[in-house]
Design a protein around this ligand. Structure first.
Ligand SMILES: Cc1cc2nc3c(=O)[nH]c(=O)nc-3n(C[C@H](O)[C@H](O)[C@H](O)COP(=O)(O)OP(=O)(O)OC[C@H]3O[C@@H](n4cnc5c(N)ncnc54)[C@H](O)[C@@H]3O)c2cc1C
Length: 404
């Protein structure tokens, strides 16, 4: 058996994680003439970039500000997002051949619709800038030494330990464990005595169980444009009914703000008033059945399902005041009490992570452990759906690179 000796490296920093944050950090460090080594446990870099946005990669959002990020310190991301702006992201990708197109709500995708193009930008640049990438290299521990750190890893079944003056932890969050997600960032922070806030799956479908579940199941596949809200936030986008509950962009958005046991509310006709609409319609056509009227507003299947809660067989003229009030509550304040979420297997991101109080917002360096940096999803900064999470990953990677 060979001894695992610590190997002195010539790198200015070791970056743990070859995802969005780690790759941007390596490239930006390269632009500044610094040499980094990226250690990635998967057999290729950028696995989550490749599957993002349905394989098309929604790589930023034109309207991103710190307000679309959830964190115990809602101002923490401000500095990074100001140091690396959305314009910087757009220009960076344009410079390396990726034109963006806005799909909806500021969401920018490559014109090619290929997430692979985004990853290629980084691998080619890392090559040009002599930034080294080792894949199949899982980091098992980081230790502090008198003049920096040692990083222990397993590569192709062999253990080795490298020394380095600085370490960047860009190892991502907990979602999609089968794609290599680990708790390494949070575990390492704790090991160094840093606080970590509670993590939960976010941008994740919500499940419905019990007596209500069959109602959702029969609507499976129906998508409705809605406003979904709770007492803290509201989103207007589509919701999708599934056989186990609710998904779709508006549900993913609210899931990041949902806590077990809470209800969420759905306005099925945002910006409209169903009672006023019915009253206007019955002036013209009082004999119309409520079911027929609802079928004109939604799909027939959806109207049929709503009939479980309203007197659908009555004509509009005969609806009483109380019935109209009930219809209004059903349409504008549809209450849903989710049983839970689909968990980390189906979440796009997580809330929580390395406590922002532990990091300098200007450099993302640990306040307790100089030379140790945290960026990307492992930090307690979680973006909305729509390209915000990549904007944070690029921005935090850039900021760290400036301070290596
Ligand atoms: C299905 C899906 C779709 C998404 N779509 C979008 C989208 O369109 N737009 C958007 O903005 N966001 C999207 N996201 C979120 C986005 O992918 C993440 O926010 C982003 O990838 C986080 O970047 P990161 O660099 O922090 O982490 P990651 O990109 O997850 O990279 C971390 C890397 O570290 C590696 N790693 C972990 N532990 C170790 C270890 N011990 N040693 C070595 N390597 C390690 C992992 O294998 C991984 O490659 C999506 C997420 C998912 C799951």
């Amino acid at each position: 058996m060979t001894a695992n000796l610590t190997k002195q490296t010539q790198f200015d920093a070791i970056i743990i994680g070859g995802g969005a944050c780690g790759l941007m950090c390596a490239v930006q460090a390269g632009f500044l003439g610094k040499r980094t080594l990226v250690l990635e446990k998967n057999d290729k870099v950028g696995a989550k970039i490749l599957i993002s946005g349905g394989g098309r990669c929604n790589y930023t959002n034109l309207y991103a500000t710190h307000k679309q990020f959830i964190s115990q310190n809602e101002h923490f991301s401000r500095s990074s997002l100001a140091q690396w702006t959305v314009d910087d992201t757009v220009t960076f990708f344009e410079t390396y051949g990726i034109e963006g197109k806005e799909k909806t709500l500021g969401q920018l995708f490559p014109v090619s619709d290929k997430a692979k193009d985004v990853v290629n930008v980084f691998t080619l640049l890392c090559d040009d800038l002599a930034q080294e990438i080792w894949c199949d290299a899982e980091v098992t521990a980081v230790e502090q030494t008198a003049d920096g750190f040692t990083v222990s890893l397993e590569r192709h079944g062999k253990q080795q330990t490298l020394s380095t003056p600085k370490v960047v932890i860009a190892s991502g969050g907990l979602p999609i464990p089968k794609m290599g997600a680990t708790d390494f960032g949070m575990r390492t922070a704790r090991k160094f005595g840093m606080l970590v806030t509670e993590t939960t799956p976010a941008l994740v479908p919500l499940t419905i169980t019990g007596k209500d579940q069959p109602w959702y199941e029969k609507l499976s596949g129906n998508s409705v444009f809605c406003r979904v809200w709770n007492d803290r936030v509201s989103f207007e986008e589509n919701i999708l009914f599934t056989h186990w509950g609710l998904s779709g962009p508006a549900i993913l958005q609210i899931s990041s703000y949902w806590k077990p046991g809470e209800s969420i509310y759905i306005d099925l006709l945002p910006g409209k008033d169903i009672v006023e609409m019915i009253l206007a319609e019955r002036e013209q056509n009082g004999k119309k059945m409520l079911l027929a009227y609802l079928s004109g507003l939604f799909t027939r299947k959806f109207a049929d399902a709503l009939s479980d809660y309203v007197p659908a067989e009555k004509n509009l003229a005969s609806l009483t005041k109380t019935e109209l009030e009930d219809i209004s509550i059903l349409i504008h304040e549809f209450k849903v009490k989710p049983a839970g979420t689909k968990g980390y297997d189906k979440a796009e991101v997580m809330t929580g992570g390395v406590d922002t109080n532990e990091l300098s917002s200007k450099t993302l360096e640990s306040k307790k452990i100089p030379g140790l940096f945290f960026g990307g999803e492992c930090v307690d900064v979680t973006g909305w759906l729509g390209g915000y999470n990549f904007q944070w990953a690029w921005a935090s990677g850039f900021v760290i690179a400036q301070n290596l």
